[in-house]
Design a protein around this ligand. Structure first.
Ligand code: SF4
Length: 206
């Protein structure tokens, strides 16, 4: 498959995705990254309200933190957005969990299942060599685990559909999380970033 064909397929895919209204409790329109033909895929949880307004993933405070991590391994935000296919478990804003928590509602099983169709179509088009799931919900789509300390700082060989790939998980960069600011999270995050930097797909795409 040529590079142009893959980009054209991604554009056609995103045109259909933009019109999706399958989940009644989700707030759209669906958000997606650029149609980048990349062998690296970053998978977030779900956009927040700012991302819906701005129409791009990780466009607000969590994004600032996330891109500061990648800057530490030599890739700034512009380069990242132009080199990595950015996607998510769910593409619409789930709404707030409750006024007290300040966090976003975790998408329901059915919402995740419905949006998985879009994610798996992207995996089938791109056949990524490196998957970077960000946060518990995204990581749990590919691996069962109890605590973040069990998976952050490690890399895993996984199979999605018929595609064999490498997964290097990151914690969620949410402003309400303290996990990556305190030990052992701080050191495990650095370990995960150094594994990403050493990965061959990263070296070839960035
Ligand atoms: S969350 Fe996904 S499946 Fe649900 S409406 Fe949005 S794009 Fe469609």
């Amino acid at each position: 498959m040529t590079k142009l064909n893959i980009t054209a397929q991604l554009k056609a895919h995103q045109s259909k995705l933009k019109l999706c209204t399958a989940c009644g409790d989700m707030q759209g329109p669906p958000v997606h990254g650029k149609p980048i033909n990349s062998s690296i895929m970053l998978i977030g949880q779900a956009p927040g309200p700012r991302e819906i307004d701005i129409k791009k993933p990780f466009a607000w405070t969590a994004g600032k933190t996330l891109f500061s991590w990648f800057e530490q391994i030599g890739c700034d935000e512009i380069q990242f957005r132009n080199s990595v296919y950015m996607t998510a478990v769910c593409r619409c804003f789930p709404g707030k969990a409750n006024a007290k928590s300040g966090g976003d509602r975790v998408p329901s099983k059915i919402e995740i299942q419905q949006c998985q169709t879009w994610l798996h179509a992207e995996i089938n088009i791109l056949n990524p060599k490196l998957i970077i799931p960000v946060g518990k919900l995204a990581i749990s789509q590919f691996r069962t685990f109890k605590k973040l300390t069990d998976v952050i700082g490690s890399s895993f060989n996984i199979k999605i559909n018929e595609h064999k790939t490498k997964m290097i998980p990151l914690p969620h960069p949410s402003g309400v999380s303290t996990w990556f600011r305190t030990e052992p999270g701080k050191s495990l995050l650095l370990k995960a970033l150094s594994k990403i930097k050493a990965n061959s797909a990263w070296k070839n795409n960035i």
